[in-house]
Design a protein around this ligand. Structure first.
Ligand code: UD1
Ligand code: UDP
Length: 374
């Protein structure tokens, strides 16, 4: 038997960790691979929540998060930090996921050492370098030199081909977030105590329709965040709804949301939920109001309407499937679209269908086989 392929898996934020853990589990079990895990610690608390639930102990933890970090300082620290790990480990392949600073820097550090990069969740494009910012460009940078591109959908594969990426290096795999969602759902089924902490809120809001909210995008900082807060306050003035809003740890989000929304009867501003509890929130909510990428992918699988508080999306499949709708960051638009779903049953039912445009929960198997073949 040939020696195992040495892989360095690199990630650092909450969404990367959620989308990576099923792959880390699979590579760990597979004797064809010798995997090392490097976390950047771009996120600290929100990353650790995922590592704990997925039972992953990284081989390297760069622990480099700074409060209110700037993109340039973060990127500089990531490049040098991950570079050192690469020099020590000398992997055959580096795997990165998505479009974060960690993904872009991890890939670039590998490229500087002529180590081939495999890119999970490749090919998503909004076509607008300012939305999502800076993620559209981060993802394009990785796509410009990755040796393997794991595109979640045909649309993503098509975007890569239009950028003259070698079709033989592109695999349509589905998004690993659906694998993660299936795994966590099964865990909760086996151990319901993993997701019971929302019980008190569920009781407090009994009889009301729950709207789940998340918001964190850098391009929405300032006016966008204030408009989102204004919309939430106006929607929460209805006595038949309650909003559960796990507030991202980014200080630019927390400042606005606490100043604008703290103390409102129908709004629960809570700490970021771990993944089982967020899955519970997705389960009990009537709809989601979000600017998150991952939530746009999870909600259609669960048949939960999502109003996407962004100008554009690099995940058009949810909109095409009819479960997601772009509402931008105009407060009037957010309020009116939300009220329409709450007051018009036909409009609600049309969006509340479950679809799997992002995958069937088997993405990891396809990725592992493609890695083994290459
Ligand atoms: C990052 C990603 C974004 C992703 C988001 C997911 C980049 C450029 N952005 O944005 O693509 O959608 O993560 O959530 O990579 N913080 C904490 N504890 C944490 C996490 C964050 O305190 O566990 C605070 C820190 O003050 C930190 C700040 O949030 O400096 C910003 O974190 P950062 O990763 O730079 O940006 P995000 O907005 O989280
Ligand atoms: N999520 C979570 N707890 C929360 C909010 C979100 O576990 O309080 C999960 C969610 O299920 C999804 C992922 O985090 O899988 C999305 O992360 P985020 O919105 O931070 O980043 P994005 O997907 O926009 O890059």
């Amino acid at each position: 038997m040939s020696p195992p392929i040495k892989i360095l898996s690199v990630f650092g934020t909450r969404p990367e960790a959620i989308k990576f853990f099923p792959l880390v589990h699979a590579l760990e079990r597979d004797e064809r691979f010798d995997q090392r895990v490097c976390v950047s610690g771009q996120h600290r608390g929100m990353l650790d929540q995922v590592l704990e639930i997925a039972d992953i102990s990284p081989d390297h933890d760069l622990d480099l998060m700074q409060p209110d970090q700037t993109l340039d300082a973060l990127t500089a620290n990531l490049l040098t930090g991950i570079g050192k790990v690469l020099d020590e480990e000398k992997p055959d392949w580096v795997i990165v996921q998505g479009d974060t600073a960690t993904a872009m820097s991890g890939a670039l550090a590998a490229y500087y050492r002529k180590i081939p990069v495999a890119h999970v969740e490749a090919g998503l494009r909004s076509g607008n370098i300012h939305h999502p910012w800076p993620e559209e460009v981060n993802r394009k940078i990785v796509g410009s030199f990755a040796a393997l591109h794991f595109a979640p959908t045909q649309t993503a594969a098509g975007a890569l081909k239009r950028e003259a990426v070698d079709p033989a290096s592109i695999y349509v795999t589905g998004n690993t977030v659906i694998d993660a969602l299936h795994w966590i759902t099964e865990q909760i089924k086996q151990k319901p105590e993993l997701a019971t902490n929302l019980a008190e809120l569920e009781q407090r809001f009994a009889g009301k329709r729950i709207i789940g909210v998340t918001s964190h995008r850098r391009e929405n900082f300032g006016g966008g965040m204030e408009a989102i807060a204004d919309a939430i306050r106006r929607i929460a003035a209805r006595d038949d709804v309650a909003m559960i809003f796990p507030v991202h740890l980014n200080p630019n989000v927390r400042k606005v949301m606490t100043e604008e929304l703290e103390g409102l009867d129908n709004v629960a501003l809570i700490e970021p939920l771990d993944y089982p509890h967020f899955a519970r929130l997705l389960d009990i909510c009537t709809l989601m109001l979000t600017d998150s990428g991952g939530v746009q992918e999870e909600a259609p699988a669960l048949g939960k309407p999502v109003l996407v508080m962004r100008e554009t999306t690099e995940r058009p499949e949810g909109v095409e499937a009819g479960t997601a709708k772009l509402v931008g960051t105009d407060a009037d638009m957010i309020v009116s679209e939300c009220n329409r779903l709450l007051d018009d049953q036909a409009a609600y039912d049309a969006m509340a269908q479950s679809h799997n445009p992002f995958g069937d929960g088997q993405a990891v198997g396809r990725i592992v086989e493609a890695l083994a073949k290459n």
